[in-house]
Write a protein that binds this ligand. Sequence first.
Ligand code: BES
Ligand code: MN
Ligand code: ZN
Length: 497
Amino acid sequence: MAESFKIDFQPHGKVESGDLIVFVGDNLKPTPAVAKLIGSKAVDLIAKAASAENFKGKPKSAMTIVVPNGLTVDRLIVIGVGGEKERADVDFVQLGGLISGKTNGKTATAVLDLPGIQVSPEAAADIALGVQMRRYSFDRYKTKKKDEDEKKSAARLVLSVADPAAVKKVYKARESVLQGVNLARDLVNEPPNVLGPQEFAARAQELTKLGVQVEILDDKAMKKLGMGALLGVAQGSVRGGRIAIMRWNGGKANDKPIAFIGKGVVFDTGGISIKPAAGMEDMKGDMAGAACVVGLMHALASRKAKANVVGAIGLVENMPDGNAQRPGDIVTTMSGQTIEIINTDAEGRLVLADVLWYVQDRFKPKFMVDLATLTGAILVALAQEYAGLFSNNDELAERLAVAGKSTGERVWRMPIGPEFDKMIESKFADMKNTGGRFGGSSSAAALLQRFVNDTPWAHLDIAGTAMGSPQSEINRGWASGWGVRLLDRLVRDHYEA
Ligand code: BES
Ligand code: MN
Ligand code: ZN
């Protein structure tokens, strides 16, 4: 789906025809090496053009000089990296996105020699990743392709770097992650008629090509396991529910796995507690948690991560129907605990209750992280800037926070605890599925916690970050692919041999 650039890494010093991209600080000067490459006349030209354009070399700003006098290139694109303070924490992936956005479909050469910034092979590979992430678009259902798109597919980008061989090696792993991100984006963008639980499970099954073991549980299997909560949600749809279990065993044979669990509601009408019509089409994205887990498993398997990882996704459609579950119904979960349904639109936690229990029971993982577009309330609290993080384990929470900081997928820790747990006490059953208007994200998390046993666990509420997110340099579409890079990073930093 993504029309990626053809990226080549070359040593510094060579410049092809086409566009040339260079970087300057807030003094409008490139590095001495770049100054030498383009010549003193071009350096002066940058200063003159900057003054005419009011370009100050600030981070995220750029200036284009068309057919620069004295150079053989078509355009000289000058990107700012700012002053000393701003250079201290550059987001290289975002910078790559910015570079991507400045190209116009011809050949361009970006000289990754940045004033005051050390561009390690890791950093250069991150820039290349950002370049490619920006290129993603979902146009499978547009029968009339625009000219621009056609041009796009011819694009080629040369990244000139200090040590091309070293960068290429790191970039290989980044390409795996890129594929994972774009797979997650594709799954979220797909329309709900095309991607039902069964079709989604089939997409997960395709990971077998990468050496992932995939098992699918259908309604019958789930019934046998006693998954009354998940099945209660699924029963209103003519399309049955599924669980897909993906296993990547790249670690030591006896090493306990780590586990990622995703909410996969392929469409959430709300069920009998039906949602208002406005914006309901967005609920095709209510499987973004599951999409992230599939994208992550793809990334890990493709880059042959040295870790044992379980991915499990609960796939259902939440529909109103003559056979749909009602408010007042009481369902029995696989754990044996009962849940009174107050609102059939609080369905994600019901799905996760059974999948979380199943995963800890069967795999005894080191930890479980679940991702779910779980509550509208998390948007009220954190807008689309942060995902909500809920955890029973400080170390795991901290590791997620650090990983998120480094990939730019930020998480914010939210509270759980007895106060919120009390909100889901039921008159008739062990618990009810909603906890009232206040603290809705925390009472939802409190329900999930009842199904993790003593397993270290974290829940990421991604209702705000997974879709319709604010546009950034690396995300121009609806589905962001949120979480794939974050969790890949978590695995890379802490759980690989
Ligand atoms: N899928 C929704 C949450 C959601 C809202 C995701 C907006 C993405 C964007 C979830 O199933 C839901 O409907 N939650 C309800 C819970 C309520 C009934 C307790 C909500 O947040 O309103
Ligand atoms: Mn819902
Ligand atoms: Zn939902």
